[in-house]
Design a protein around this ligand. Structure first.
Ligand code: FAD
Length: 388
């Protein structure tokens, strides 16, 4: 369907598609098998300016918004989710700086992030604080003109590969969630180390590691916004990045649909192409309809966030885009394996990897149960006191 994208948006989409098809597809199985970080592809994305699509022009970016980011993410996800999440996690790490960073922080970090010279990452999750983010134990206690960071972050995408980390830590435990703050920590800072790389079910090209802070001194100038704003910055960041996770789902599901239609047109059983069986046609029809519906919701949400002056419904709709598109990705990739039959279960065919990759989309950046909680809460607020 034509979404009437601007010429600039079409350019971003086509450039991302070109890199995905020409450079990612040939190596995706090997990257997955070896669990190898896609540095060469990250370099190409950097040269093409893709890391800067949502970074303001004055900091060396393209000056686009959430939609531009979704378009790039969707195309990369269509061929390899491990590659696309490595790309997307850098903007997740950069968003707190873009939204609440001081002009000095923006000047210092955004131009390198926009060029892909340095990757970013975002560190919230801990061993005992996943959905319950308020339970984080990492502390950043004042020391001299800065903070002493202590604690361990778990499962951080781009951990070890990124150079710039936005970290949520408690600056005042007595204030509960209002005592959390967000700090920029650079790789190489004394007291900042990495744990082992996780061996994962899917998105194996991406790097997931622990971040370990032991008496790690962070200067006060690295505090984003003010003390106590940690969860506000986090929520406003997720509001803008969750449609991007939805775009990962749309791209991945589209990739699985592409493979399934091609296969169904070639595979013969009972002397006929399997696409001639109505049962297969109906499955493909449902898959295609679901992918288009997910894309329409993700694009509409991204446009709403980019164009509204006061997007009141942002948490609700970005949660909906993430929830719907990623549930669709799980379903469509599973159906694609079904259409391939036994061949779909084999590593030689790409749909096996796609189904493994899809699962994480329902888990990270807030599980899909948590998205339902957010949407339900917002609905309850919206209707409170409303006349019938
Ligand atoms: C590969 C990977 C990459 C990741 N990358 C990052 C990253 O870059 N940065 C980062 O900070 N984190 C990252 N994470 C962490 C991720 O965001 C968390 O795993 C996720 O938020 C869920 O937390 P949990 O795994 O601790 O699950 P839990 O919170 O323990 O949840 C377990 C189950 O209980 C459900 N549940 C929990 N609470 C509720 C509730 N109130 N209502 C209904 N159901 C509930 C959950 O939905 C889930 O099904 C990553 C995780 C993985 C696996």
């Amino acid at each position: 369907m034509d979404y009437f994208l601007t010429p600039e948006q079409v350019m971003i989409r086509d450039l991302s598609r070109k890199i995905a098809v020409e450079k990612v597809t040939p190596v995706r199985a090997e990257l997955d098998e070896k669990g190898e970080f896609p540095w060469e592809i990250m370099r190409l994305c950097g040269e093409a300016g893709l890391f800067g699509v949502s970074v303001p022009e004055e900091y060396g970016g393209f000056g686009g918004g959430v939609l531009e980011n979704c378009l790039a993410v969707e195309e990369l996800s269509r061929t390899c989710l491990g590659v696309s999440v490595s790309y997307a996690a850098s903007s997740l790490g950069a968003y707190p700086i873009m939204l609440y960073g001081s002009p000095e922080q923006k000047r210092r970090y955004l131009p390198d992030i926009a060029k892909g010279k340095r990757l970013a990452a975002f560190g919230l999750t801990e061993a005992d604080a996943g959905s319950d983010a308020g339970a984080i134990r990492t502390t950043a206690l004042r020391q001299g003109d800065g903070y002493l960071l202590n604690g361990t972050k778990q499962w951080i995408t781009n951990g070890g590969e990124a150079e710039i980390y936005t970290i949520i830590a408690m600056t005042d435990r007595s204030k509960g969630p209002r005592g959390a703050s967000i700090l920029i920590v650079e790789k190489g800072t004394p007291g900042f180390e990495f744990g082992k790389k996780e061996n994962k079910m899917g998105i194996r090209a991406s790097a997931t590691r622990e971040l370990i802070f032991r008496d790690c001194y962070v200067p006060r100038e690295n505090l984003i916004g003010k003390e106590g704003m940690g969860f506000i910055v986090t929520m406003r960041t997720f509001d803008r990045t969750r449609p991007g996770v939805g775009a990962q789902g749309v791209g991945l599901a589209q990739g699985a649909l592409d493979e399934a239609v091609r296969y169904a047109r070639e595979r013969e059983q009972f002397g006929k192409k399997i696409i001639s069986f109505q049962a297969i046609q109906h499955m493909l029809a449902d898959m295609a309809t679901q992918v288009e519906a997910a894309r329409a919701l993700v694009y509409a949400t991204a446009r709403y966030i980019d164009q509204s002056k006061n997007p009141k419904e942002i948490s609700k709709v970005s949660g909906m885009a993430k929830l719907f598109a990623t549930d669709i990705a799980m379903k469509v990739t599973t159906d694609a394996v079904q259409i391939f039959g036994g061949y779909g279960y084999m590593r030689e065919y790409p749909v096996e990897k796609m189904m493994r990759d899809a699962k994480i989309l329902q888990i990270y950046e807030g599980t899909n149960q948590i998205q339902r909680n957010i949407i339900g809460l917002e609905l309850n607020k919206e209707y409170a006191g409303k006349k019938p």
